[in-house]
Write a protein that binds this ligand. Structure first.
Ligand code: UTP
Length: 272
């Protein structure tokens, strides 16, 4: 049902300097595997047919990572290094899944990056994965897709009051139904006093395609950037907005602490 998944990966990654001087944060390893691979796997599990990567010209090593390098895999197999060949075979984007690349030459915000993907989407609702939000455990986009019945849906988790200003925060409406919470709107990075709840958005979205029309018209928002949250808030009244309480555990690998914690959990999961 979710044929297209957009991966906005043009950000500068300043919170992870100095590593991100030369390595995109999406390629930093979560113990053994680059962060972006977890997002790719999630999109594939959710049934995506086309993955659209919106990136910055400086981050061309991401493109190299996406390639499914048949020659390198075959060479390893010929040398009898089967386990390594299998590892390489399971990385990048699998054969049969389309890849589209879009350059965001000016970093004008997440909303702008998503808008640039507009001409590359297949019909139907559009998935978005921010791969620096690594979610370990059950595949988040798949469970969202199973519960999805229209409008915009965003993965959600409760955060402490003093952290609401780091997130988009939902304005919940009525009772929670299982994992789903209808919401009347969402506010980007509110102060604790202004926040409508402690229910925060994390980097998985299923968007009604009407979002692209809205994105073309929104003004710059928080931080002087075009905010995806503002476009979602604007169209929530028309198409509906659902916060989805996902089952996995989310790590913000765009900061040092989150990167380390994700790596430790990944190692624990591999050893189990
Ligand atoms: P972040 O808020 O994490 O910003 O972006 P950032 O630039 O990547 O990292 P810091 O804050 O400087 O450390 C959220 C998501 O939006 C993408 C990023 O790549 C990330 O997936 N993004 C952000 C873009 O693709 N383009 C932009 O102009 C801004």
């Amino acid at each position: 049902m979710i044929k297209t998944v957009l991966f906005p990966v043009a950000g500068q990654g300043t919170r992870l300097l100095p590593a991100t001087k030369s390595i995109p944060k999406e390629l930093l390893p979560i113990y053994d595997t680059p962060a972006i691979q977890f997002g790719i796997n999630e999109a594939i599990e959710a049934g995506a047919e086309r993955l659209v990567f919106i990136t910055h010209p400086e981050k061309d090593s991401i493109l190299k990572y996406l390639a499914h390098d048949i020659d390198a895999i075959e060479t390893l197999r010929r040398k009898g290094k089967t386990a390594l060949a299998d590892t390489l075979d399971a990385t990048g984007v699998p054969a049969g899944v389309e890849v589209a690349l879009v350059l965001q030459t000016e970093r004008l915000g997440l909303g702008h990056a998503i808008m640039l993907g507009a001409n590359h989407v297949l019909d139907g609702p559009v998935g978005v994965i921010l791969p620096d939000d690594v979610i370990l455990g059950a595949s988040c986009l798949s469970e969202m897709a199973q519960g999805y019945s229209g409008g915009h849906m965003i993965a959600a988790m409760e955060v402490p009051e003093d952290e609401v200003s780091k997130y988009g925060v939902f304005d919940p409406m009525g009772e929670r139904m299982g994992r789903m919470q209808r919401s009347s709107g969402i506010v980007e990075k509110p102060s604790p006093e202004e926040a409508p709840s402690r229910l925060a958005a994390v980097g998985r979205y299923i968007l009604d395609p009407s979002i692209f029309r809205v994105l073309k018209k929104i003004p710059k928002g928080a931080g002087g950037e075009y905010q995806l949250t503002d476009a979602i808030a604007q169209s929530a009244e028309v198409v509906g907005l659902t916060a989805y309480h996902f089952t996995g555990t989310r790590y913000d690998t765009g900061n040092h602490e989150g990167l380390l914690q994700a790596a430790q959990e990944r190692r624990r999961l591999l050893q189990d």
